[in-house]
Design a protein around this ligand. Structure first.
Ligand code: AMP
Length: 395
């Protein structure tokens, strides 16, 4: 796997695909700088070698050129975080962009305008990718969040940099962490899958059954399994058409010797709100008119015991409706257990939009081994797919 440590960037201009798709408030201020900070090590390595950086990214989902999605809004924030005054050019290809890139001196950074102002970016247009490729000598991909897309700047561009392309620090770490869980793991390996639906995680479950010793199921997807097993789930979320699938997963797990842990008790509520009435019930006996919104104390204890004896942990998806304080206990308890197990030497990887939000919100981000930045990209890797952005670098 070619990484930035394989290159010396002295007098070279690196064109770096970063993921600066950051949230902005109504006044276009950056409200979460995580993604910019994540790109810092790669940018600094190029600058410290005596090179310059051309940074390219998308921001939001613009339809054509739309000022609200201009990357000019983030120039000051990027400058502050990197510690260098970043230059900006209001296009990402063509004469203007080429002139701005050509004028860069060692130690300087240029940020290009939003790639998605051009439809060609998402279409993976080869000519557009070739135009982008003119802006740098060496191509670095450091955007894990878009590595599963065959876009011009994430994949197609790589063909113009034979022997002169590599993964940035962030992307390399993402790949290594997922490999560590999937192919290089210390046993026992435990996967905890939560979130709303079975359907969005099904391929992941199928792929990881061969790699894990324990599979803990939580969150909304639990109830499809419980109903398929003949339980009463009241008004809990359920995908009726996935019941057969749920049963086939349980059978496959049994054949492969994977222990499946479904929560034994559940906090049921009469409304989807913080001040709903609640009762603790057996997962297979949820009364009509009540819905399961969080795992109960017995389930939390069982999950804790499995997590504490695990040497490798993968966590994707919350165990309950953690956005509502009344139903966040299970997710918080799981975070605590994983933090404790990690402190004891286990490797823990957390990924998927909502679990990342949960670990940040509850302060676990520094207590797990790695927090993945790319929800969709991570899921696709866990599904066993080869991501186009990664494959293009290895060609
Ligand atoms: P996902 O994007 O599939 O990981 O799903 C995350 C969402 O699942 C979060 O917004 C949670 O509120 C939701 N969720 C977790 N547990 C439940 C549940 N028991 N019932 C309904 N939604 C849930």
């Amino acid at each position: 796997m070619p990484t930035i440590t394989d290159f010396n960037f002295q007098d070279k201009r690196a064109i770096i695909r970063v993921d600066f798709n950051v949230p902005l408030d109504a006044d276009s201020n950056v409200t979460d700088t995580t993604r910019i900070e994540a790109a810092k090590p790669t940018i600094l390595k190029v600058l410290e070698d005596g090179g310059s950086c051309v940074l390219m990214s998308h921001l939001g989902r613009p339809k054509g050129v739309s000022p609200e999605f201009s990357l000019s809004h983030i120039v000051d924030t990027v400058s502050e975080i990197i510690g260098v005054q970043v230059k900006f050019v209001d296009d990402c290809v063509g004469e203007k962009a080429e002139a701005a890139a050509g004028n860069l001196e060692a130690g300087e950074i240029l940020l290009l305008e939003n790639l998605r102002f051009y439809d060609e970016e998402k279409k993976g247009d080869v000519k557009f990718a070739e135009q982008l490729s003119k802006l740098g000598d060496i191509y670095i991909n450091d955007a894990f969040g878009t590595a599963h897309r065959a876009h011009a700047s994430t994949t197609i561009i790589a063909q113009f940099f034979e022997g002169k392309k590599c993964f940035g620090t962030l992307l390399a770490k993402e790949i290594e962490s997922i490999q560590k869980v999937l192919n290089d793991s210390q046993k026992p390996v435990t996967a905890i899958l939560g979130g709303a639906k079975v359907s969005s995680k099904i391929t992941v479950i199928e792929n990881i059954l061969d790699k894990v010793d324990h599979l803990i199921i939580g969150g909304g997807m639990t109830f499809t399994f419980i109903k398929a097993l003949g339980g009463e789930i009241g008004g809990s979320i359920c995908e009726d058409d996935k019941q057969e699938l749920a049963l086939s997963i349980l059978k496959a797990a049994e054949e492969k010797g994977v222990q499946i842990h479904l929560p034994v008790d559940i906090v049921a509520a009469d409304d989807f709100s913080n001040d709903a009435n609640t009762q603790l019930v057996d997962i297979k006996a949820i009364p009509n008119g009540w819905k399961g919104l969080d795992v109960g104390p017995k389930a939390i204890q069982e999950i804790h015991e499995v997590v504490m004896k695990s040497k490798t942990i993968l966590w994707n998806g919350p165990l309950g409706v953690f956005e509502l304080e009344s139903f966040a206990k299970g997710t918080i308890a799981l975070g605590n257990s994983i933090a404790e197990s990690t402190a004891n030497g286990c490797f823990s990887l957390v990924g998927g939009g909502d679990s990342v939000a949960a670990v940040k919100q509850f302060g676990f981000a520094d207590k797990v081994s790695y927090v993945s930045t790319g929800g969709g990209a991570m899921l696709e890797m866990l599904e066993g797919k080869t991501l186009p952005g990664i494959a293009a670098m290895l060609k």
